[in-house]
Design a protein around this ligand. Structure first.
Ligand code: DCP
Ligand code: MG
Length: 383
């Protein structure tokens, strides 16, 4: 095993201390301070992950076009190696179509357990460099390496080298000062490459970028924008915030930032769910408590089901009801309970309803808060 290079510098501040919003950074950059204050974000994405693992496991497959998944012609491919991609085979493509494009495609069954264990090995390598790791899927993660003194490019190169050496797989990396740009950049020199977008490169990088590369812009939105003759982020930048908000609402305001490469989201290490809830905004306001009660019981069944299906390992801390009234005022009622109790929900609903003093109700929310598995019962922001 290689020695882990690039240890955290003892004199460096904590990761959090070094963070600043992109806007702050823009100001700092204009003063010439950018290398001092910028976060260092790396996005790592493994190259044709499942297919690369299968190829490694069966050297006789090397050089041949491989599709993973779809044991029958009715299935779909989870991914294809680069040899198969030359023929146009892609993730999510029906097998019969892939075979039409590439008749000698070798189909191998999916082996999730193997991919999961490879993913864990790769994450362990990330862990040698930083604790701030945000996995997006088995083969993709954001890393915040702001605390390391080395350049983020050197860190990315080292991580990729260790992955290659220890797993025989190749990874690509995007490196920048925020998640948005790092993720886009990891595709730039794929496979087995990396791309750095420095603060001075952002404007040029974003100007030429097709709008479809921004998260949240799917084919429908792309068509809407194309109808306005907007194809690149540079085109999008020409619309001012008010115009964007008028056309696309809150999403338009976000687009104003994204199109300029501004993204202030931090790398989030934990995604422990703190609560589970469901909300219902009524097409017509509900006027009485007896009319509201059966609706609440219906919603409660949905919560019960989801708890059993996905969160049976969690301990419930309290039950919560939220009401929003016709005048848009809102109230929440909460009571500690380790389990779902319909009678407690009924009491909470009554309590919240009475606070509204007979005002019609436009929204009902019902939920549970969970006990924090790590013991800190922090203030939570449910509902
Ligand atoms: N995957 C899947 N279904 C999809 C897309 C992907 O099951 N529709 C799986 C198979 C991939 C893995 O997730 O190997 C990672 O997805 P990527 O989109 O990163 O694709 P690859 O890693 O295969 O290719 P690339 O080299 O383009 O990253
Ligand atoms: Mg990948």
């Amino acid at each position: 095993m290689r020695k882990t290079l690039l240890p955290p510098s003892p004199s460096s501040k904590s990761v959090k201390d070094q963070h600043c919003s992109t806007q702050t950074f823009a100001t700092l950059a204009s003063w010439g301070f950018h290398t001092l204050a910028l976060p260092k974000i790396i996005h790592i994405d493994m190259d044709c992950f499942y297919a690369a693992i299968e190829e490694r496991e069966a050297p006789e497959l090397r050089g041949k076009p491989i599709g993973v998944g779809g044991s029958s012609r009715r299935g779909v491919l989870t991914t294809a190696n680069y040899e198969a991609r030359k023929f146009g085979c892609r993730s999510a493509m029906p097998v019969f179509k892939a075979l039409g494009l590439c008749p000698h495609l070798v189909l191998v069954p999916v082996r999730f357990d193997l991919y999961k264990s490879e993913s864990a090995r790769i994450r362990a390598i990330f862990g040698r460099f930083t604790e701030k790791i945000e996995p997006l899927s088995l083969d993709e993660a954001y890393l915040d390496v702001s605390h390391l003194q080395s350049s983020p490019e050197a860190v990315a190169r080292e991580i990729r080298a260790q992955i290659r050496e220890e797993t025989g797989l190749t990874a690509s990396a995007g490196i920048s000062h925020n998640k948005l740009i790092a993720k886009i950049a990891s595709d730039w020199n794929k496979p087995d490459g990396q791309h750095y977008v420095g603060p001075d490169d952002v404007d040029a990088f974003m100007r030429e970028l097709p709008v479809g590369r921004l998260w949240g812009i799917g084919p429908k939105m792309r068509a809407k924008l194309a109808a306005l003759n907007i194809h690149t982020c540079g085109d999008l930048q020409k619309l001012d915030k008010i115009e964007l908000a008028r056309r696309f609402g809150n999403w338009g305001i976000e687009l104003h930032e994204l199109s300029r490469g501004i993204d202030t989201r931090e790398v989030r290490t934990h995604r422990i769910r703190k609560s589970l809830s469901s909300e219902n905004t009524f097409s017509e306001n509900i006027l009485t408590l007896p009319a509201l009660t059966p609706i609440m019981h219906g919603m409660l069944e949905g919560i019960r089901e989801e708890l059993a299906r996905k969160h049976s390992d969690r301990i419930i801390r309290s039950l919560v009801i939220k009401l929003k009234f016709a005048d848009f005022t809102r109230t929440t009622a909460e009571r500690a309970s380790p389990s779902i109790e319909p009678t407690i929900y009924e009491a909470l609903l009554k309590e919240a309803w009475q606070r509204g003093q007979n005002k019609p109700v436009r929204l009902l929310g019902i939920g549970v808060r969970f006990r924090d598995p790590e013991g800190e019962d922090a203030q939570l922001d449910l509902l």
